[in-house]
Design a protein around this ligand. Structure first.
Ligand code: PLP
Length: 368
């Protein structure tokens, strides 16, 4: 079975092997050397001046970012389940969220954010996804962050990059907290979250002494600067992340990102060739998100008849989306195979006659 859901993504064999090495105790020079190496590499990979690791899934890092960087009121962008999660976390901590709500195929607009800030002086932090995985859309985070800071320079901008980091190079110049999670583009098992921090965010965390206990970022930073963690480290996943970076560095970042974009553009050409309706108006390169009224049965066929496990939608879109992963080290042949499987399933569902157009368009465009 080919696991092609946009998270969890399958762990490649070289990562699984790295995680199958002898267990290391986390309070040892051996582990601290790996931790330090991974920590430094993650900083340059994310383009940030500081990083912190947490033993949790991505949502734990979302919560920690909010408890540390929002003192008064949160502005949240909701164009899907994960944006909605920002609103729920902010409400849970009494941050009276002002939510900008969009259709799941529609990115947030710069002017909506500008107006919200102009009309609400109490907003001190903005929460957004880079790729909103529910519909596969790309928010214009860089432009929104820049415009928001022009209005309120002291505003903290928190960007959930869980399905964006490791697919495209993110410009973190105006981002104060950039969140990543192990089970998406890093192709690791779930259980490790990362937050890239700006100098201002670090200052806020250090001067306030952090917030909460387990997810206290001041406590973590104090330890992680010394290449150790406050609580037991997720040693195995960190070893896997070390392997991820080792492989990345044999390829080179430029080539890694160029490959992801090339797969994405060839995949879009393939979907257009079979008349598939791409759901988001601005699709993120992290996944292919196709709208089809028969999506549920098409997906079932893909899984049963061609052994490709694609994801569906959520909530109202549960039975009308087909989402296929394009993160991390997914290979062009896996994408080509999955889009061919989609074309076969469309044929067998009576939606469109099979003529191999998806595979042909993918291959022509990928190798052009
Ligand atoms: C997967 C994901 C998360 C984190 O979800 P967890 O279940 O906590 O790992 C957050 N944001 C986005 C955009 C995601 O795709």
């Amino acid at each position: 079975m080919l696991l092609m859901t946009p998270g969890p993504t399958p762990s490649p064999e070289f990562i699984r092997q790295a995680m199958a090495l002898e267990s290391i105790h986390h309070r040892t020079p051996e582990f601290e050397a790996i931790f330090g190496r991974v920590r430094d590499r993650l900083k340059t990979f994310m383009g940030v001046c500081e990083v912190v690791f947490l033993a949790s899934t991505g949502t734990g890092a979302m919560e920690a970012a909010l408890t540390h960087l929002c003192a008064k009121r949160a502005l949240t962008i909701n164009a899907g389940k994960f944006g909605e999660r920002w609103t729920k976390i902010a409400a849970a901590y009494g941050k009276n969220p002002l939510e900008l709500k969009y259709e799941w195929n529609t990115p947030a607009s710069v002017s909506d954010v500008e107006n919200a800030l102009k009309n609400n002086a109490d907003i001190d932090a903005l929460f957004i996804q880079i790729c909103e995985s529910s519909g596969g859309l790309r928010h214009p985070v860089e432009a929104i962050a820049k415009a928001a800071k022009a209005i309120r320079p002291e505003l903290f901008v928190v960007a959930d990059g869980i399905t964006a980091i490791g697919v495209e190079r993110i410009d973190a110049a105006n981002i104060d907290a950039l969140i990543g999670g192990s089970q998406k583009a890093f192709m690791l098992p779930p259980g490790l979250a990362t937050i890239g921090l700006s100098a201002n965010a670090v200052k806020r965390i250090d001067t306030t002494g952090g917030a909460g206990f387990y997810f206290n970022l001041a406590t973590e930073l104090k330890n992680q600067r010394k290449n150790t963690t406050a609580w037991t480290a997720t040693t195995t996943i960190i070893q896997g992340l070390d392997a991820f970076f080792a492989r990345l560095d044999t390829i080179g970042e430029d080539r890694f990102y160029a490959d992801a974009l090339r797969r994405f553009e060839a995949g879009i050409a393939a979907l257009n060739a079979i008349g598939a309706r791409i759901y988001p108006t601005i699709p993120a390169p992290s996944m292919f998100s196709v709208f089809h009224p028969q999506a549920a049965s098409i997906r079932k066929r893909m899984k049963k008849e061609t052994l490709v496990n694609a994801a569906g939608g959520q909530d109202d879109l549960k039975d009308s989306l087909i989402r296929i992963n394009n993160m991390g080290f997914v290979s062009p042949n896996e994408i080509a195979w999955s889009l061919n499987a989609l074309e076969i399933a469309l044929d067998r569902s009576g939606a469109r006659k099979y003529d191999g157009a998806a595979n042909r368009a993918f291959t022509e465009n990928y190798y052009r």
